[in-house]
Design a protein around this ligand. Structure first.
Ligand SMILES: CC(C)[C@H](C(=O)O)[C@@H](O)C(=O)O
Ligand code: SF4
Length: 463
């Protein structure tokens, strides 16, 4: 009896060092411009090549501007990183979706949408949110730059085997509650360190009911509670999503793959190192009030008071409150905000744009709000136009930017000014994450849409 995680891990084990790490074969390696330059330089220094160029895919995303992408990148640091990525792709013979390419976009968005991401795979990238790909029933995790070099050279990685955890969500989600709310609720319950050392399998009715996009949002956020990664057993929805995509198996190869993918589930009675169970009905639309993703609450709730916080944590809690300009015990609903960011590998997929657009349809953007709507990829951008969402957004006073990580980590020009409040659909609300002094309130696409219309923190169910 094995868990899904164990099945995939064991199928990719090349060798195991006694009482030490596993040498794991990697099916797909994604690279972006931030964490790959030193790895390629390492190969050069050692006179090595990339062992499996066909298993390695590069994209430019973190430093890319979200306007005028057809013009030279102005910022010299960003330009240099992007040029270096192009040079590395050319020197080592690798596929790169560079700025301007129709398949360009955030690495965790373009992988699935092009069919690179498939059930049963091992997938790595020098990026913590690689956990996103676990939504397809794969073992996907972020690695460091020295490990990027190891995978480029050998297509294998040395990893110690994580412990396994299953988190089950019983029942159905309430109306107006999204996968992002479920994830923020879970992280608030577990705290940012609650799943450290574990690989999490998500299960239960609420998960089975989720679309692939929603599953990606959830798996994406696994890392924010410390987990090594998260995964969901593949089902008909997974197979339907993958089928026909450019790099998905075709013909006989598809039939063979499908037969294998159907075996990818946790056997009944298989043991996890830890099991947690939540009721989907307990989850409300969520926001964060502090400076880590674990500081979350229902949008109409109040911030904890100081005496509700462990004594050891009070100083950092107060520091977080000071940074955010909030008071312990305060209610945030109705507070003015300045920016709305819809995008990132958490909520920059077509369904997020559908949800946002559906909500704002026929309404007007609040004048005091700057809204950055940033599709996760050019493919998402194209779909936004083809489905007519673009026209609805424009009609309501919004505009659409060009794809990239954008304000998620503000490595480009999309920086929220110091002291301003941003309702952000991204995944991290750390101090300075969206620009020096910027104040981030994490939320799902519906809470973001409601705030974009009222200019205030708003419960989307009150419309
Ligand atoms: C730049 C990269 C190393 C980083 C990550 O690994 O997560 C980034 O994508 C982020 O979201 O902070
Ligand atoms: S969108 Fe944000 S979280 Fe995702 S890879 Fe880019 S910077 Fe990291």
């Amino acid at each position: 009896m094995k868990t899904l995680f164990d099945k995939i891990w064991d199928a990719h084990t090349v060798s195991t060092v006694q009482d030490g790490p596993t040498q794991l074969y990697i099916d797909r390696h994604f690279c972006h411009e931030v964490t790959s330059p030193q790895a390629f330089n390492g190969l050069r220094t050692r006179g090595l090549t990339v062992l499996r160029p066909d298993k390695t895919t590069l994209t430019a995303d973190h430093n890319t501007p979200t306007i005028n992408q057809d013009q030279p990148v102005k910022d010299p640091i960003s330009r240099n990183q992007l040029d270096t990525l192009s040079k590395n792709a050319a020197d080592f013979g690798l596929t790169l979706y560079a700025l301007g390419n129709k398949k360009n976009g955030v690495v965790h968005i373009i992988g699935p949408e092009n069919g690179y991401t498939q059930p049963g795979m091992t997938i790595v990238c020098g990026d913590s949110h690689t956990s996103t790909h676990g939504a397809f029933g794969s073992i996907a995790f972020g690695i460091g730059t020295s490990e990027v070099e190891m995978v480029l050279a050998t297509q294998c990685i040395l990893q110690s085997r994580p412990k396994t955890m299953r988190i089950t969500f019983n029942g159905k989600l309430n109306k107006g509650v999204t996968a992002k709310d479920l994830a923020l609720y879970m992280i608030a319950q577990l705290t940012t360190g609650g799943a450290t050392g574990y690989f999490v399998e998500y299960a239960g009715e609420a998960i089975r009911n989720m679309s692939m996009e929603e599953r990606m949002t959830l798996c994406n956020l696994s890392i924010e509670m410390g987990a090594r990664g998260g995964l969901i057993a593949p089902d008909e929805k997974t197979f339907t999503y993958v089928k026909g995509r450019e790099f998905a198996p075709k013909g006989e190869a598809w039939d063979k793959a499908l037969a294998y993918w159907k075996t990818l589930k946790t056997d009944e009675g298989a043991k996890f190192d830890k099991e947690l169970v939540f009721e989907a009905a307990d989850i409300q639309p969520m926001i964060t009030y502090g400076t880590n993703p674990g500081m979350g609450m229902a949008v109409n709730d109040s911030i904890p008071t100081l005496d509700q916080i462990d004594e050891a944590g009070r100083i950092s809690f107060q520091k977080s409150m000071d940074y955010m300009g909030f008071k312990p015990g305060e209610k945030l609903e109705g507070k003015s905000i300045d920016y709305v960011f819809l995008g990132s590998c958490t909520n920059g997929r077509i369904e997020d744009f559908r949800a946002f657009t559906n909500f704002i349809k026929g309404k007007k953007k609040a004048e005091n709000v700057v809204a950055w709507l940033v599709p996760g990829s050019w493919m998402v951008e194209k779909q936004i136009r083809e489905e007519g969402l673009y026209d609805i957004l424009i009609e309501a006073g919004f505009s659409l930017r060009q794809p990239g990580c954008s304000a998620c980590l503000a490595m480009n020009d999309d920086k929220v000014p110091a002291g301003k409040y941003a309702i952000s659909t991204s995944n991290r609300n750390f101090e300075g994450r969206q620009g020096p002094g910027a104040r981030t309130i994490l939320a799902g696409p519906l809470v973001a849409a409601a705030a974009a219309i009222t200019g205030k923190i708003t419960d989307p169910r009150t419309f």
